[in-house]
Design a binder for this molecule. Structure first.
Ligand code: UDP
Length: 336
């Protein structure tokens, strides 16, 4: 299928693009490279453009003959969203509206949307099913929920098909360690720990050890980007005309921050400097997914559910390319 991936040169988007290519689809990334990386996708698969630019979106949809759009283009840091809500509403919500309107103008009828566990109320029982109450507490979650509602209302009125995938904590790198996480401004746990391991930062700061969890640090459900990519493939191949589905995507296993740090130390083979500090605003104690629905309906089965495998792949990437895609350019120019 011809698929346009907005934000397709970003961390999750590019993993999906590479996966879709290997699965025989015809995917193109549309990305302004503000957070994405040129070298994360083949050069002839990248269209440079901004989701705020309606005309560029429509042109990309027409030029590629897109039959579906997957929207990964978003800002995705909880702490940044609390500081910068205007930016989050503009990029995440208006950007998604532009994409939907461009789809309407060009006749593209299918959309897959990257949503998040941050749409749920933190008071729900774990693991979270798709029926759990939705009460986002931070602008990142609110903007994603607004997009979900917009997509559903467009679907009802204009007959779009949709799949909303609520990711838990996307993590890991391609199993061969050749493509991985590389943001200009990093706030996520695993890359920050591994940056401390390679000496790019002094230490990892642990946000609180006084939570009501087994070791006092927050519990999250880490899901490998290759598994997320498989979920997107299954979802786009199984869309029903004019209908929509929402699926959680997680490994179903809750891991504490201390356990992630331990798994990273095991992968790296040495102690990684760390320090406990106060809680981070907006953090819930525990987030764990039930992904039973996508398993039952689409046959999704995560290949890398264990935290050891997730951080192992991330370490292969960080160890070989401590400065991310910049290092890849150097390695490849030395190769040739
Ligand atoms: N975390 C931490 N130190 C950091 C970054 C994150 O202790 O420097 C914790 C954070 O409080 C949360 C978990 O790691 O409990 C995962 O955070 P991340 O930002 O990776 O993802 P989020 O759960 O916010 O989507």
């Amino acid at each position: 299928m011809k698929i346009l991936l907005t934000g397709g040169a970003g961390y999750v988007g590019s993993a999906c693009l590479r996966w879709l290519l290997n699965s025989g689809h015809d995917p193109y990334a549309f990305d302004d490279l503000s957070e994405g990386n040129r070298d994360s996708v083949p050069a002839d698969r990248l269209i440079e453009g901004d989701i705020q630019d309606r005309e560029a979106l429509e042109k990309a949809m027409r030029d590629t003959g897109a039959e579906a759009v997957m929207n990964f283009a978003a800002l995705a840091s909880v702490p940044d969203s609390i500081r910068l809500p205007e930016l989050y509403w503009r990029i995440n919500v208006f950007g998604t509206k532009n994409i939907l309107d461009a789809m309407m103008a060009t006749g593209v009828k299918r959309i897959l949307f990257s949503s998040t566990a941050a749409t749920y109320s933190f008071d729900n029982e774990m693991p979270l099913t798709e029926e759990a109450a939705l009460v986002p507490k931070v602008p990142y979650g609110t903007t994603k929920l607004a997009c979900e509602k917009m997509i559903q209302e467009y679907s009802n009125a204009y007959g779009l098909s949709y799949a909303i995938l609520r990711y838990f904590n996307a993590a890991g790198a391609d199993p061969d360690g050749e493509f991985g996480e590389d943001r200009h401004h990093e706030t996520h746990l695993i890359p920050l720990i591994l940056q401390a391991a390679v000496g790019k930062r002094d230490k990892i700061t642990i946000f609180g050890n006084d939570w009501e969890t087994r070791d006092g640090t927050c519990v999250r459900d880490y899901v490998h980007t290759s598994d997320l990519a498989q979920a997107h493939q299954l979802a786009v191949e199984n869309m029903k005309p004019g209908e929509g589905e929402i699926f959680n995507c997680g490994s179903g296993d809750g891991v504490t921050v201390q356990e992630v740090l331990q798994a990273c130390e095991n992968a790296v083979g040495r102690t990684i400097p760390s320090e406990i500090c106060g809680r981070r605003p907006g953090d819930p104690a525990i987030l764990i997914a039930s992904s039973q629905k996508i398993k039952d309906q689409l046959g999704w089965e995560p290949q890398f559910p264990k935290i050891e495998d997730i951080v192992g792949s991330a370490w292969r990437w960080h160890e070989r390319y401590p400065h991310g895609y910049k290092d890849k350019e150097t390695v490849h120019s030395q190769d040739t």
